[in-house]
Design a protein around this ligand. Sequence first.
Ligand code: F6R
Length: 600
Amino acid sequence: MCGIVGYIGNDDSKEILLKGLEKLEYRGYDSAGIAVMNENGVHVFKEKGRIADLRSIVKEDVLAKTGIGHTRWATHGVPSTENAHPHQSTSGRFTLVHNGVIENYELLKREYLKDVTFVSETDTEVIVQLIELFVNDGQEVLVAFRKTLTLLKGSYALALLDSQNNETIYVAKNKSPLLVGLGDSFNVVASDAMAMLQVTNQFVELIDKEVVIVTKDHVTIQNLNGETINRKPYTAELDESDIEKGTYPYYMLKEIDEQPLVTRKIIQMYQDEQGNLTIDPKIIKAMNETDRIYIIAAGTSYHAGLVGKQFIEKMAKIPVEVHVASEFSYNMPILSEKPLFIFITQSGETADSRSVLVQIKEMGHSSMTITNVQGSTLSREADYTLLLHAGPEIAVASTKAYTAQLAVIAILADVTAKSRNITVDFDLIHELGIVANAMEVLCDSKEELEHISREFLSVTRNCFFIGRSIDYYVGQEGALKLKEISYIQAEGFAGGELKHGTIALIEEGTPIIALATQESVNLSIRGNVKEVVARGAKPCIISMKGLEMDDDTFVIPEVHDLLTPLISVVPMQLLAYYAALHRDCDVDKPRNLAKSVTVE
Ligand code: F6R
């Protein structure tokens, strides 16, 4: 949520900042701004809307070798030019961009800033005003910056300019992600590496409560006591082509199409030289030592957790509970004696999940993160990490990360089972290969799925997804995909649950997307379809080869029944994609959303 960038070097900073913000736009896109600094002072450009809108107001003839930028996902105050970052102190001396939420900003205003006239509704403005207040009281900028940080409660990634010193960007972070990128006679700051791959692939991770002084030749990391910390840079294993759309109209379509490749890559990455699936022995030990796994996740990753539970319980025979991260703290179950917490998170930055991680670490429990982003906060802070190897996922709606999560959990379950001498009655490598092929067949069925989407979803107000057993979880994911990008009200229900209330919503023509990929419940889900058809619903039945019946709308290829979610989700993704396209929605950047949810 919100993305920040900074550049200090010998080149004009505007284009580097704007390009960086374009790469971070997935993090928030309701307003954006840059501030650039030269001998004449600081020049701020900000605009409601997308980076393209900002680009159109940035003055070409202002040349400046130092600058910071921000793309916003509104938390405090509506999307507007006033609330867009950067924000400035009253005198204009200090200019700040911020990602995160300052929980005590109102208290700080009352205690320290009674006489200040604020121009925005944001929590951020409090930070920049506090810095100016302490500097006006006679403190040096760095001391004032640090003092301000000690007063803040909440999350922040900050980049600060001082108009009296155009050779430094001051940076700090707590809970919100932030990296410093290193170059030859320049340095950069960014919420993630993708934003600055244009100029460097050398990055230094920052840890919470660190302050960084960035000049064009030096990066000095300090803790809040002012002690210097040495940390080696790492090379971001990303290719610029990974983050380009290429010939695709939308990232979402590209990412859907990448799923066969990602599945094959995962098989490869988790195989040893003998061709056996392998996982870090420390992780397998932790799996074997636990008496119950607690999966914590949000949104699509939560849906992956629901399926993952089936994999782990059925293959490795370890009991699993799955919890929505944002609710876990209020409704913490009575934990088992030796719990293992598994955090499933594409971004590795989700604040709701992170707050559970912090809590359970304080309680002394073991933790593991399954994530797509190496070095992300949840990956760094958990005891163990399993990587998805899915490549950057840029569309807000998660697709390839979901199937990658399922593939990785299946491998975890398989390797754990074998370590416990439990026989898994299928060869997972072989079956995942079949899954990858089936995904390809589905990706080649776009025309047919576009047609189905038009028929069922182009004019409807709402849509229900039903399924039983593992299909129920895929239905929930299908509904989430549809609602988030097409704004059709959609819900996923257990087939047997409809008649307990929801069936009242069925009207003439209401589309029902029914999943029928499980032999054990094939007849019962079809019974549920009959119940809704009798009340006027328009059924779209998606079944699996071998289980298909005459009235089925679309038949997916046959794969192992436990692994069906990896492929039955693909038509769900494509139906949602085309529904959004037919309704002229912005597929990659749906309203009100952001990719990386770093506020609780
Ligand atoms: C939906 C979607 C979100 C995320 C959720 C968790 O398409 O992408 O529901 O799954 O915000 O994000 P991560 O997985 O990054 O923790």
